[in-house]
Design a protein around this ligand. Structure first.
Ligand code: ZN
Length: 277
């Protein structure tokens, strides 16, 4: 949390307000939020820069700067980027503030303090190993099948592995596996061709729908204007928010721990051992 749809929403909604703007000041209320370079250098190199572009890769936001450097932000568990007017009351949990030349401030709100910022010349120093973007055209069912075929691990942690596929977290992995009727503990390499095609379609469908709903406001996710997303109202299993029973078959939704992540699924629609035919 936030995952691809939340970060994509933040990017889309910030873009018209920040691109072309100059950073006039930078304040860190908590220096631990800067991973690289030193907090002092981070602020001094940022001040005076113009933001020339804003994009998303996986769960990362990338602000391109006139110097050629990039400000990379990862919101981790509880981060939000709020766009406030300079005169707005400072809210709680604000860890960093970027002042822009349009009297706006970009405020990094992060109750749990897991969020991270980098200022780098080469974005690959942070994001080199990221897997393919699930919504891009070149990420086909065939590409996914090839990558899954080599993996013996259960499918759920593979979907969460950012080096396998970028942007999916606990919520959308559970939703996609439910959609495709695949048990979260199925060994990845055991998926049939038909199941892989269904899972590929399900991933694109759940992520696309969640972007349409401006993300899921489950834990501390706010859109830049402070509004909430609505994607969680359409969850069937994730976070136990879909109700107590499967919407397809009425079976009580199950919850198991998969590598320490609470995992919700339908024990009847998503069976672990397929009967041999
Ligand atoms: Zn079911």
């Amino acid at each position: 949390m936030p995952e691809l749809p939340e970060v994509e929403t933040i990017k889309n909604e910030l873009l018209p307000h920040v691109v072309g703007r100059q950073v006039t000041d930078a304040n860190l209320c908590w220096e631990g939020i800067v991973r690289k370079p030193s907090p002092e250098e981070f602020c001094s190199r940022l001040i005076g820069e113009r933001i020339t572009g804003l994009s998303r890769r996986g769960k990362y936001l990338i602000f391109r700067l006139s110097s050629g450097e990039a400000l990379i932000i990862h919101l981790k568990m509880t981060g939000s980027l709020l766009l406030n007017h300079a005169s707005d009351t400072p809210g709680r949990f604000i860890r960093a503030v970027l002042h822009l030349d349009n009297d706006c401030q970009l405020r990094f709100r992060d109750p749990r303090k897991f969020g991270v910022m980098w200022l780098v010349e080469d974005t690959s120093s942070v994001m080199a190993k990221l897997g393919p973007e699930p919504l891009e055209e070149n990420f086909t069912a065939e590409v996914m099948a090839e990558r899954l075929a080599k993996r013996k691990a259960p499918i759920k942690p593979i979907l969460l592995d950012q080096n396998f596929i970028a942007g999916i977290g606990n919520m959308y992995a559970d939703e996609a596996l439910y959609d495709a009727s695949i048990h979260p503990l199925r060994p990845a390499a055991s998926l049939s061709q038909e199941e892989t095609v269904k899972l590929h379609h399900a991933i694109q469908q759940v992520l696309g729908a969640a972007i349409g709903n401006k993300g899921a406001s489950v834990a501390n996710y706010f859109r830049p204007g402070g509004e909430l997303g609505k994607a969680h109202f359409e969850f069937r299993v994730a976070h136990g928010l879909g109700g107590k029973f499967c919407q397809r078959c009425g079976t009580p939704i199950g919850r198991i721990g998969v590598r320490n992540r609470g995992t919700y699924f339908c024990p009847k629609c998503q069976v672990l051992d397929k009967p041999t035919e």
